[in-house]
Ligand binder design. Structure first.
Ligand SMILES: Cc1ncc(COP(=O)(O)O)c(C=O)c1O
Length: 380
């Protein structure tokens, strides 16, 4: 199988098998250059280039690329500084009340549930965490927890530990049947798994930049279903929240009739431009192609792990698998294995008691061979 990308774009991959996108991905150098040159320009020229017009339109490019990523309209996309920032703004906008509940899972990344826990401490809404067994949650168990009092189903499209992926349409239909919203954390899926936001049925989809989107820290993007764009009042506001940000009347806010209303403040705009560039890099290759390529690598790794003394913790069903592959090695300490892999030029990650491998588009078959050979050596 040919490499999907030019190794020059990700120089570290020439020396190391970096299989850690679920933690921090590598970024194409071209996208990194966009950030540094933007920052340098502002450092040297102040507002000469980054003038009022440039500031007002700073997110427009991200909206364009985000629309390609999620197969939606540009006006459905908002940018922000982090996944958590955008989710908190959404959570305060929805603010489930006493008597209502929020459904999530026991294994969700804490950022996906903490915003709702904060709301619960304010309104006394109920939190329902669906039980997991060995890092796996049955989707039907999530659906069983949704009832007429459910305000929000808040899940991670792909669980960060085992890489289990949920069928968004199935969850969206179940949520909508009870008048609830489906709010999706796509931080572990966007960039690696094709997402057609309108067809998925999800009401809101948010992703940070620095994992599968190969972007920087300090940037994130969000999709909001059109009908909701005029209903929700952002939980966080700032001077950009007003429909005409240069109007500068401090006595009232009129929100834009689009996802843009969630863009509130001055941020590290260079990072937004870097995210725009990294999404363009990925969508030029095609997320379908990336998914297919990553799964070939993950399948080869799985096959190899099955011949070693590995207990696979990731989901086994084909439709629930992603290129996050998690395991333990019989009678071996995980921290020891991860450290020994690092000594041999393999960068994986320890999450809880597991070794987590997360190959992405810059990895190749030789990387997988290197992982398996190293593991054999370590556990012999
Ligand atoms: C599923 C998921 N959501 C969110 C985050 C992090 O959110 P933030 O970038 O806002 O800290 C992570 C980080 O590991 C994650 O795995």
């Amino acid at each position: 199988m040919n490499n999907l990308v030019n190794k020059e774009d990700f120089p570290l991959t020439k020396d190391l098998a970096y299989v850690n996108a679920a933690n921090v991905s590598l970024m194409p150098l071209s996208a990194c250059d966009v950030i540094t040159s933007w920052q340098k320009n502002v450092a040297i020229n102040g507002c000469l280039d980054f003038n009022d017009v440039a500031e007002e339109t700073a997110y427009d490019g991200l909206r364009k690329e985000g629309a390609k990523l999620f197969s939606c309209d540009e006006k459905d996309i908002a940018g922000g500084s982090s996944f958590s920032e955008l989710l908190n703004s959404v959570a305060w906008a929805i603010m489930p009340q006493k008597g209502q509940n929020v459904v999530s899972t026991q294994i969700v990344f804490p950022s996906t549930s903490f915003s709702w826990l904060r709301i619960a401490s304010h309104t006394s809404c109920e939190m329902r965490f669906v039980k997991a067994t060995d890092s796996y949650v049955k989707i039907d168990d999530i659906i069983k927890q949704i009832d007429k009092n459910t305000s929000v189903v808040s899940i991670s499209h792909v669980e960060y530990t085992g890489g289990q992926v949920y069928d968004l349409k199935k969850l969206a239909d179940a949520a909508h049947e009870h008048g609830a919203l489906l709010v999706v954390d796509a931080t572990q899926s966007a960039g690696a798994i094709p997402i057609n936001a309108p067809l998925s049925g999800a009401d809101i989809i948010i992703s940070g930049a620095y994992k599968w989107l190969c972007g920087p820290f300090g940037a994130a993007l969000m999709y909001i279903r059109p009908e909701l764009q005029i209903q929700l009042q952002p939980g966080f506001v700032g001077f950009r929240s007003h429909i005409d940000m240069w109007d500068l009347d401090p006595q009232r806010i009129t929100y834009a009739p689009s996802a843009k209303r969630f863009e509130s403040s001055t941020m590290a705009f260079g990072c937004i431009k870097g995210l725009e560039a990294s999404i363009k890099y990925l969508t030029d290759i095609g997320i379908d192609n990336i998914f297919e390529y990553n799964m070939v690598l993950a399948n080869k790794l799985l096959e190899g792990l099955n011949t070693l003394d590995a207990n696979i913790a990731s989901a086994q069903e084909k439709e629930e698998r992603t290129s996050i592959l998690t395991c333990t090695i019989k009678n071996k300490d995980t921290a020891y294995i991860v450290n020994e892999l690092k000594k041999r030029g393999v960068i994986a990650h320890k999450r809880q008691q597991y070794i987590r491998f997360s190959p992405h588009l810059y990895n190749n078959v030789e990387d997988i061979d290197k992982i398996l050979l190293s593991l054999k050596e370590i556990i012999k």
